[in-house]
Design a protein around this ligand. Structure first.
Ligand code: NAP
Length: 522
């Protein structure tokens, strides 16, 4: 099957042989995609000129209904999508649900948010400021949808969630999108968009999809367009430094590499329920989607005197995880997505191993039971210990995009915070501690280097949403190495797709603008 692209309101095929999408268990080709030779200038112009005005004419409530209708179409076809995720991404049922339901859940959340904004088409910030001695002369801050296209470039690991978490926000903001999924796993994105285009009733030009290609996409952007990129730091740098992007001052949001950490507090006893929760969380983060998650825990900070005991307990936790062909319902961890990702993970592990000691996994001849294909892309759950993290570099800088984490000892709260900051900017950190002083101090100290911090004590141990789960209510993104971007976070996410304008004038006139807008309380 050749995947098509949906551009300028019609399904189109690129030229040439295209790239093969493979099953990472068997190596079989499951689809082919080519975006070569497609007219992206035409596609972007159609979205800008046809999709933009149509979406801007709709109220927030009408855009919310569109999101709800998209979610309903996806729910209808959920089982088919899970089968594609298995074949093209090597997802277990749990991995597929994480991606597919994550996308549907985010659409539904934004649909709910949009419904509450009612008939308005613009947003206004809650505060209004008096600017001179005249009480009537005031300023408000108005958010209106940008007039261009939201170009969404996505990573291979979330062909559903990555697509819809961005689409939900830009559509609600009133901005058409053109999504470019990573080619290796674009099949799922393609099937979803095909269903949505056929059944969800989106206005013409609101939704575009590019499967494969896109190497000239940055050259075709115009002022008013916005890019939301998720992927590696290297690609982000290449695209955001494109001369046209720089010259046109294209707003460019980046979600990139991340050395997320989980810290075990010094107060947590090894026989406590909280320690059990910590072990489960680290084990889950290491193995869900075979560790190919931007939020996965890469660095595990533990009190130095507990290092040996934690290493032993985590090794036992990982030994329980059955790895193999995800067609077997007993399997809890599948393969990496491709041979090139597998090679990159081995290369990264070599760098970590040069500064640490492998205590679980890490064997290159690894093959899970029952899997014989040379083309299979498996990688063993792997745990390292880095005894001298203060001097080490790779453990704080190299993101191995697979089931790999490193145990890092710390001797004091100050050292734990300093090690946390050495990650150079990450998406998320979690701390397992019942000591409010330690947990709050740690969160504040590492805050400047993190987009999100999860604090788990026994009180919220069962109800907490999880280290790696991106909740649409909270901002997602991180500084520095993580790209410096920010997505989601409820209405905060609409800011990327809105122009914020300070409007100054007589409060009687400003009142009319406020009246026609929904209020955003920041
Ligand atoms: P990647 O190789 O950088 O690719 C990301 C996207 O960029 C793909 O859609 C790719 O398309 C596209 N691309 C590459 N070169 C391009 C070019 N010259 N012009 C236009 N588009 C281009 O990253 P990946 O391997 O898919 O994803 C893994 C990385 O993503 C990891 O480092 C991970 O940390 C990061 N990630 C971050 C988050 C987050 O939320 N922060 C989430 C998931 C993943 P092709 O596939 O066609 O090359």
């Amino acid at each position: 099957m050749r995947l098509q692209s949906y551009l300028a309101g019609r399904w189109q095929d690129g030229s040439g042989p295209g790239s093969a999408l493979v099953d990472p268990v068997t190596g079989a080709t499951v689809a082919v995609a080519s975006g070569d030779g497609l007219d992206l200038a035409e596609a972007l112009a159609y979205a800008r000129d046809t999709g933009g005005p149509a979406l801007r004419a709709m109220s927030f409530a009408e855009r919310a209904k569109l999101l709800a209708d998209i979610a309903a179409v996806l729910v209808e076809n959920r089982d088919r999508y899970a089968e594609i995720a298995l074949q093209n991404s090597g997802n277990t049922a749990g991995d597929a649900a994480f991606d597919i339901d994550g996308g549907i859940g985010t659409l539904k959340y934004y649909a709910g948010l949009g419904r509450k904004l009612g008939d308005a088409r613009t947003l206004v910030e809650a505060s209004s400021d008096q600017l001179t001695k005249d009480e009537a002369f005031r300023a408000i801050h108005l958010w209106t949808p940008v007039q261009g296209v939201a170009v969404h470039i996505n990573a291979f690991n979330f062909p559903s969630w990555g697509l819809w978490e961005k689409a939900a926000v830009s559509l609600l903001a009133g901005v058409p999108f053109l999504a470019k999924p990573a080619t290796a796993t674009a099949w799922l994105s393609y099937e979803m968009v095909k269903d949505v285009v056929a059944k969800a009733g989106a206005p013409a030009g609101a939704i575009s999809l590019l499967c494969g290609g896109g190497r000239d996409l940055m050259d075709r952007l115009r002022p008013g367009d916005v890019v939301a990129f998720t992927g590696s730091a290297d690609t982000a740098l290449l695209l955001r430094s494109n001369p046209n992007v720089l010259a046109a001052n294209i707003r460019f949001n980046v979600e990139a590499d991340s050395l997320n950490l989980c810290c075990l507090g010094p107060d947590v006893a090894l026989d406590s329920a909280l320690f059990g929760l910590f072990l489960r969380e680290v084990g889950r983060e290491l193995t869900v989607k075979a560790g190919q998650k931007c939020t996965a825990i890469r660095r595990v900070l533990v009190p130095r005197e507990r290092l040996a005991a934690v290493a032993e307990a985590l090794s036992a936790e990982l030994a329980k995880i059955r790895v193999g062909d995800p067609r077997d319902p007993e399997v809890r961890m599948g393969p990496l997505v491709s041979k090139s990702q597998q090679a990159a993970a081995w290369e990264g592990l070599d760098k970590l191993a040069a500064e640490g000691r492998i205590i679980v996994g890490g064997n290159r001849d690894y093959a899970p039971p029952g899997v014989t294909a040379d083309q299979a892309c498996f990688f063993p759950p792997t745990l390292l210990v880095c005894e001298a993290p203060g001097q080490a570099r790779a453990v704080h800088e190299v993101e191995v995009f697979g089931p790999v984490a490193t145990l890092i000892p710390y001797a004091s709260a100050a050292e734990a915070a300093a090690l946390g900051l050495k990650g150079g900017g990450s998406l998320v950190a979690s701390v397992f501690s019942g000591d409010a002083g330690f947990a709050a101090g740690f969160a504040a100290a590492i805050g400047p280097a993190h987009g999100r911090v999860l604090i788990v004590n026994e009180a919220v141990g069962k109800s907490q949403s999880g280290h790696g789960v991106v909740m649409p209510q909270c901002v997602h993104g991180g500084p520095g190495r993580a790209g410096g971007g920010e997505e989601l976070g409820g209405l905060r996410g609409l800011r990327l797709y809105s122009q914020r304008t300070a409007v100054q004038g007589d409060q009687a006139i400003l009142a009319a603008l406020i009246e026609g807008s929904a209020t955003v309380a920041l």
